[in-house]
Design a protein around this ligand. Structure first.
Ligand SMILES: Nc1ncnc2c1ncn2[C@@H]1O[C@H](COP(=O)(O)OP(=O)(O)OP(=O)(O)O)[C@@H](O)[C@H]1O
Length: 327
């Protein structure tokens, strides 16, 4: 189901938590709401779900204005951080629960309910834990069961509010990959709230960057990364060096830098002292102090580049920002 949000505002007493939000989400799209704590992501999600009413503005599901519609008529699946499974119920019964409590006239037969619950367990690739209890599962498995339990009621829209944020980094990475694949299979309109830019970039078709109740930019991960529309978006999307040398100012990412290790300065390069060298996955992170500046900058260079193999702290090297935009 497609979603359209038009001129939506939310005030909490005197606080303008959402300020003229306009957003169209296509059917089957996975959109991430990304922004710092308190920017209004959860408020927007809760208003879409019907848990909260907007102060003004409209929400349309497939061109139908549902702004005042009860939550039960919105056909929403909502999964959040620490989504609680019923601890005294086996996994399979947790998933079947929503189907079993439906009114009798629309309820499936017990056999059909079990079949559907098993199908959902297969979808989240956890058939083997059907008869386990929640406390016997890992955090990542619990969140996948939470998703299966939510999908059991056939939602038209899936809302995920920081569903992986309570998990450790490695599990989060696995679940991100898993979710992207899963979403491609089920093709369900999905809104994913996160404050983690890496997570948003990795899973979303489009990213909505929010800040203090307004939308700063909407675009695909590549569009946003390559063409940030303002300083907030640029700085929010990752580390950046803000460097002033004489009359010139540069903004560049730690990986947007070229390093030369020569005895004399190549044209267009600046001298800097190597302050620190740290491994960072496939990269080396260098902290540099440009000679004409008082502040430090950070450079990230592929570990395998031969010229940096024997780099030492205290050494003078030459650097040049690349892909920089000069101010
Ligand atoms: N029920 C409420 N009453 C008063 N203020 C609220 C209420 N809910 C949210 N707010 C305020 O609205 C702003 C946006 O909150 P919201 O939870 O939507 O932000 P968020 O981007 O989801 O943040 P986080 O990432 O920390 O969850 C915050 O300043 C918050 O204090």
């Amino acid at each position: 189901m497609g979603i359209q949000i038009s001129h939506l505002n939310k005030w909490f007493n005197h606080y303008h938590a959402l300020n003229d939000i306009n957003l169209t989400i296509e059917k089957g799209e996975l959109v991430a709401l990304l922004g710092p704590s308190g920017c209004g992501k959860t408020s927007l999600l809760r208003i879409i779900a019907g848990l909260e009413l907007p102060t003004s503005g409209h929400i349309f599901f497939e061109n139908q204005d549902i702004s005042k519609e009860d939550i039960r008529n919105r056909h929403i699946g909502y999964v959040f951080q620490n989504f609680a499974l019923f601890p005294h119920m086996k996994v399979i019964d947790n998933i079947a629960f929503g189907l079993r409590i439906k009114p009798k006239k629309v309820r499936l037969s017990p056999k059909e309910i079990t079949k559907k619950a098993q199908f959902l367990l297969e979808m989240v690739q956890l058939e083997h834990v059907a008869n386990h209890y929640p406390h016997e599962l890992s955090g990542g498995q619990c969140q996948r069961i939470a998703l299966a339990r939510t999908l059991a009621i056939n939602p038209k829209i899936l809302l995920l509010d920081e569903p992986f944020s309570a998990l450790d980094t490695k599990v989060r990475r696995e679940l991100r990959r898993w979710l992207t694949q899963f979403h491609q299979d089920i093709y369900l309109t999905t809104i994913f709230v996160t404050h983690d830019q890496e997570e948003a970039m990795e899973i979303a078709d489009r990213v909505v960057i929010m800040n203090r109740g307004v939308i700063e930019q909407i675009g695909s991960p590549i569009e946003i990364l390559n063409n940030p529309t303002n300083d907030f978006v640029y700085n929010f999307l990752g580390d950046s060096n803000n460097l002033r040398i004489g009359e010139k100012s540069f903004n560049f990412r730690p990986y947007e830098i070229d390093i030369q290790i020569n005895d004399i300065s190549p044209i267009g390069y600046y001298p800097a002292e190597v302050i620190d060298i740290r491994p960072l996955g496939a990269l080396l992170k260098l902290v540099l102090k440009p000679q004409q500046c008082t502040s430090y900058i950070e450079a990230q260079i592929p570990k395998t580049i031969p010229k940096i193999q024997n780099l030492k702290k205290g050494q003078i090297i030459y650097f040049k920002p690349i892909l920089d935009f000069e101010i």
